[in-house]
Design a protein around this ligand. Structure first.
Ligand SMILES: [Zn+2]
Length: 100
């Protein structure tokens, strides 16, 4: 699989992902684990993809996820189209300048 980011971009995303993981670990000390279990799994899965060198690809359609979307949500597992399709299966995603 071709890398979808430059090494500098990937490093930036790696830092964002680990920063998010630290924030989440801190949050877990204040709320019941059951409330954070889904997020924990998403973060752990994202770290695993990062370490496996397959980070940044949509788990549903396998296309590269835009850098800005990952920078904003480092553990996001799908591209915007797939996340719309999952959340609103009967609606088309809006076209045009969609937020990442
Ligand atoms: Zn997708």
């Amino acid at each position: 699989m071709e890398p979808c980011f430059t090494p500098a971009e990937l490093e930036q995303l790696r830092e964002a992902l680990y920063a998010e993981l630290r924030r989440h670990a801190h949050a877990m000390t204040r709320v019941p684990a059951v409330a954070t279990a889904g997020r924990t799994r998403r973060l752990v899965d994202a770290v695993r993809r990062m370490e496996d060198g397959v980070y940044g690809y949509c788990l549903r359609c396998r296309r590269a996820i835009p850098f800005a979307r990952l920078a904003a949500m480092p553990d996001v597992p799908t591209c915007i189209d797939c996340s719309w399709a999952q959340e609103f299966p009967h609606h088309q995603p809006p076209r045009g300048d969609v937020a990442p």
